[in-house]
Ligand binder design. Structure first.
Ligand code: ADP
Ligand code: MG
Length: 224
């Protein structure tokens, strides 16, 4: 099974995004309103309500933060950047969390990787999203391989492979749709934002996955 996430209509329809945002924020807001009204009556105050309210507020904050990333002005700082330190930094950011979850990184990042014309922080954001998805998929631990392929002198491909549960076909079809998530606390925005950033880099994001055989995410970028 293969799904190519393209710069397709499903990613650029502002109306779909707006409807999704409205829906996603309305649920925690309704809950907050309910608890506020309830607590206003005084008699039913409970500490645990505050915890629920706090987590609803966190949810709204998370949605807003991810949307702000999308809305970020695009004349951003594109610069010539070597790929190796970017990947090394991403791995070092996530290493301790991986260790805690019994996940091993297997990386083949050498110093002579090419440079890319990129917005470094956005590219890091994409790589972090992809690796985090792999980590979140492997609740019982596993292995994440990061390799770099260069089959064409004009392009470099970063390949993220995990040996997690893989992605069933019906889920694969919907990847990149705003707010599509299979996680209880997922935002469902990670892949959509990643796709957008890679497209802005004139690159390509490709996901191959089969249930029980793990997932491979390939990001191909033009060498700057
Ligand atoms: P979120 O991580 O918030 O759910 P994403 O857009 O990052 O949103 O991912 C969407 C969905 O894609 C996830 O909920 C998960 O079902 C699936 N997914 C992404 N990467 C993987 C992976 N490496 N292994 C299994 N499932 C994955
Ligand atoms: Mg994610």
């Amino acid at each position: 099974t293969e799904e190519l996430l393209r710069n397709s209509e499903k990613l650029s329809v502002a109306g779909q995004l707006a409807a999704g945002v409205a829906h996603e924020i309305r649920n925690p807001l309704t809950s907050l309103k309910g608890f506020t009204q309830f607590m206003k009556t005084g008699a039913h105050y409970k500490e645990q309500y505050l915890d629920i309210m706090m987590s609803e507020l966190d949810r709204i904050e998370q949605i807003i933060n991810e949307l702000l990333l999308l809305a970020k002005p695009q004349a951003a700082a594109f610069q010539q950047r070597p790929l190796s330190p970017i990947l090394v930094h991403v791995v070092s950011l996530l290493e301790s969390q991986a260790n805690l979850n019994n996940i091993q990184f297997d990386t083949q990042i050498h110093g002579d990787l090419p440079s890319i014309h990129c917005e470094e922080n956005q590219l890091k954001q994409v790589f972090i999203n992809i690796v985090k998805n792999a980590m979140e998929a492997m609740t019982g631990g596993g292995r994440i391989q990061i390799a770099v392929e260069q089959t064409d002198p004009r392009y470099v491909t970063v390949v993220f492979s995990d040996n997690g549960p893989g992605i069933p076909g019906d889920v694969l079809k919907r990847l990149g749709e705003p707010f599509f998530t299979t996680k209880e606390n997922g935002s469902g925005l990670g892949l959509m934002i990643s796709q957008k950033i890679i497209t802005e880099h004139n690159g390509r994001l490709e996901i191959k996955s089969e249930p029980d055989r793990g997932t491979v995410v390939k990001i191909t970028l033009p060498i700057g």
